[in-house]
Ligand binder design. Sequence first.
Ligand SMILES: Nc1ncnc2c1ncn2[C@@H]1O[C@H](COP(=O)(O)OP(=O)(O)OP(=O)(O)O)[C@@H](O)[C@H]1O
Ligand SMILES: [Mg+2]
Length: 136
Amino acid sequence: MTPADTADELEIRTGDDVVRVRQLVRLKATAVKLSLVDQTKLVTAASELARNTLVHGGAGRAHVEVVESDGRRGVRARFSDSGPGIADVEQALSDGYTTGTGLGLGLGGSRRLVDEFDLTSALGQGTTVTVVKWTR
Ligand SMILES: Nc1ncnc2c1ncn2[C@@H]1O[C@H](COP(=O)(O)OP(=O)(O)OP(=O)(O)O)[C@@H](O)[C@H]1O
Ligand SMILES: [Mg+2]
């Protein structure tokens, strides 16, 4: 399977979908020649965000694409859902904060693993998190 064969958009409805998102992100990260360490960082972040989409958002989608800027390539992964949204984004990003049964480390951890991190959320409307990892 080559990156050209893979869809850029995946639904996230089950735990198996989260696994598929991981595989897709790994494939694109390999395609742009991210280092093994950076591949793993991005895949780990994507895995946490996909799980949040499923667990907190109820379900949603992942969009994964190769991007290019100033001659550098990278992978951008966007996770969006139409779930309850996040009331206090800063609080949600702080380590140890959870409204569920997790450790509350997913969001803050993800942010530290990537080069760019953007979280947009509206109460009652949903959440979108976009991350980018660049080759160096
Ligand atoms: N997509 C989302 N929709 C609604 N709320 C979210 C979403 N993602 C995160 N949150 C909120 O932010 C909190 C922190 O998320 P984070 O991923 O850091 O921790 P967690 O998912 O609760 O636990 P962990 O990821 O450590 O298993 C969540 O408990 C939840 O309240
Ligand atoms: Mg989480």
